[in-house]
Design a protein around this ligand. Structure first.
Ligand code: HOZ
Length: 428
């Protein structure tokens, strides 16, 4: 496979950008590979600057749920571009977007648009603190909620990939009120509530974790979390940046039948444009300025081009009910295919997944939290990644991320990828 152009671009990039990237995971450090510079994408495929074609299982980390460059979304963007890119003022588009979200997600009575998932969670936590008048927050080891100071504690995604406990540059005071619990271990949450019964503002969780690899909540875990939050007067925040509009139209909240007080969303509601949002109970959202005293703002929040793209995507998801069934089926096909290929070759691995999200963990153990995810053999993942890349599969460049399937993937795409995985297992 030719990689000369990407290599040259990497050299240029490294001269002017830290690590040559704008987000650490992209540097491919954890998989000991040359990052591919992407030139274009269409449907289930992306093409790099050397002209190589890959079936894409990163899908921009989630938003390309319909595949890349869906014509209906491109049309909506083009139409808006002709009318202007940013006004820094209110538009009908943002009203339409808010109407869509509040009608599709039962827990969102009101919603506020922001520009990224990081911003969404950061704002939701501030709101929870403002609403409850409490300072402490609970997060789970291995969950990643963006890169705001207070949440960079035992975080997943790039932090976990780099093998660092948090980030330097975060003042101790910023994380002093961040308490951590173990994913799927309700007793660890109970202990925190018993220790600080009237001090915890919120519990923030990825209802299906996607940033330590995919980790599912055990039966009853989210329900017990809901009950504990209610009992102690803390808010439950679902970080649905990955799961929102992906596991179902109403996200994990709908899939598991749990109503959080607040929920956060990311890039998927922008159809690929930089977008985020947080929403929830009307009485809580009433604390946000200008109605209430919790301040949060942004010139580009509700940007008209991003809204146009997002509205187009959400409308398609709303109208075509077959999409979620298709995603479930493709995800199942992928996971079953991987499991069979492993079993046929006597390879012991674990495959976690929900609908179109999956992770192949190189470990024999069940993966149900941060510690069990860390038992994975990352060197083996790295070898697997290289094998997959050289066979035209663009998967997450880290063991601790998810594999995304879009509605543009075909059964033949999945079967070809499974064959390539089988090829890796056959090597022993
Ligand atoms: N896990 C991240 C998205 N949820 C990866 C994206 C990035 O850091 O670039």
């Amino acid at each position: 496979m030719k990689t000369e152009v990407s290599q040259k671009l990497k050299q240029r990039a490294e001269l002017v950008m830290p690590g040559g990237v704008n987000s650490p995971v992209r540097a491919f450090n954890a998989v000991n590979e040359q990052p591919r510079f992407i030139e274009r994408a269409k449907g289930a495929y992306i093409y790099d600057a050397d002209g190589n074609k890959y079936t894409d299982y990163v899908c921009s980390w989630g938003p390309m749920i319909l595949g890349h460059n869906d014509e209906r979304i491109v049309e909506a963007v083009k139409k808006q571009l002709e009318k202007g890119m940013s006004y820094g003022a209110s538009t009908e588009l943002e009203v339409e977007m808010a109407e869509l979200i509040t009608s599709l997600v039962p827990c969102c009575e009101k919603v506020r648009m922001v520009n990224s998932g990081t911003e969404a969670v950061m704002s939701a936590v501030r709101l929870a603190r403002g609403f409850t008048g409490r300072d402490k927050i609970v997060k789970f080891d291995g969950c990643y909620h963006g890169h705001s100071d207070m949440l960079l504690v035992k975080a997943g995604s790039g932090v976990l990939t780099q093998g660092i406990p948090g980030s330097s540059g975060v003042p101790v005071n910023c994380t002093a009120d961040t308490l951590t619990a173990k994913y799927n271990d309700i007793s660890s949450v109970k202990t925190l509530f018993e220790t600080y019964p009237d001090k915890i503002a919120c519990v923030v969780i990825e209802p299906v974790a996607g940033n330590m690899g995919v980790v599912l909540p055990k039966d009853g875990f989210l329900r017990e979390l809901r009950e504990l939050c209610t009992k102690y007067g803390a808010l439950l925040i679902f970080d649905e940046v990955i799961t929102g509009f992906r596991l179902a139209l109403g996200g994990a909240a709908e899939k598991f039948g749990i109503k959080p007080d607040l929920a956060t969303y990311g890039k998927i509601i922008g159809g690929g444009m930089p977008v985020g949002a947080y929403g929830g109970r009307g009485d809580i959202m009433a604390c946000v300025a200008p109605v209430g005293n919790v301040y949060q703002a942004g010139t580009l929040s509700g940007n008209p081009v991003a809204m146009a793209a997002g509205i187009a995507q959400l409308k398609i998801l709303k109208e075509d009910k077959s999409i979620y069934t298709r995603l479930e089926n493709l995800g199942e096909r992928l996971r079953n295919g991987i499991k069979k290929a492993a079993a046929d070759n006597g390879i012991k691995i674990k495959v976690n997944g929900a609908s179109s999200l999956s992770t192949l963990f190189f470990t024999e153990n069940e993966v149900y939290d941060y510690e069990t995810a860390l038992l994975s053999n990352t060197k083996r993942y790295s070898d697997y990644f290289s094998h997959m890349l050289s066979n035209g599969n663009y998967i997450a460049p880290s063991q601790f991320e998810a594999m995304f399937v879009s509605a543009a993937h075909t059964e033949a795409d999945i079967d070809k990828t499974v064959d390539d995985i089988r090829g890796f297992f056959e090597k022993g």
